[in-house]
Design a protein around this ligand. Sequence first.
Ligand SMILES: *Cc1c(COP(=O)(O)O)cnc(C)c1O
Length: 317
Amino acid sequence: MVTLHEGSTPLVPAPRLSERAGAEVWLKLEGANPTGSFKDRGMTCAVSAALREGAQAVVCASTGNTAASAAAYAARAGLRGAVIVPEGKIATGKLAQALMHGARVVALRGNFDQALALVRELVDRHPIALVNSINDFRLEGQKTAAFEVLDELDEVDAVCLPVGNAGNVTAYWKGFVEADAAPRMLGFQAEGAAPLVRGEPVAEPETVASAIRIGNPARWEEAMAAIVGSGGAIEAVSDAEIVDAYRLLAAGEGVFCEPASAAAVAGLLRYGPRGARRLVCVLTGHGLKDPQAALESAGAVMPCEASLGALEEAVLA
Ligand SMILES: *Cc1c(COP(=O)(O)O)cnc(C)c1O
């Protein structure tokens, strides 16, 4: 088993957000996984299976976090890793991780959807394991987050999730069904990358939330089945709403997530709790993944001369 002891992430109450939302809100901090996103839950399974099956390398298309996770678990397994990312479109932290873990990082002149279509063809021709969430082992690992939520809260009315390639909402629902629970799945996409909301693929997806910049989700049918089957909903939020939620979480709750994760909270604030009394928002990735996004939406630093008077002015004024 190839593991970095992923999972068992904190589930913390969010008092200020609860007050705003008019419901009891809990945050599942998936950024606390070994590489900083929930992708690790699935990657331990997918890479373990690849090793068992004798694959020589693992490959994925990625908006960033799958690449960071695949690179780490490939390194752990002693396998070669190749990650295909849209050129210039992934967050700095994720790029640094993939490179440091020794993966071959390929910057494709195209978007995520094109990258995924190409790697699917690649693995048909070579003994390489595909570790995107179209790999069923990924979902088997990711569903464990639902079990953890149920271990801590005996009742949950709804779960808010950001939706990109739509594997995670599918995995949560699978986990809840297996555990005989049925919270509503509330999925949120960015307005510029909202194929499931529009009901058709988006050719050129665009949003500040790079992790969910996906125009043609691979798990389309399964995700819609999860959302409909749970009595949930799929809705869109604007980049401005995502950034507001991103800042509110960091400055109001002390929780720094990446922009894509904040889409779940933006959705809750825009569309309301829909009758749910207790909800869990899944914060899928750590804020340090994307320092650029943070610096662009946070306040400026305060310059100061090296004197007590100037310091008093800077700190207290
Ligand atoms: C991968 C990812 C998502 C989207 O998950 P899907 O399974 O592709 O829907 C959301 N947020 C973050 C931080 C991610 O890394």
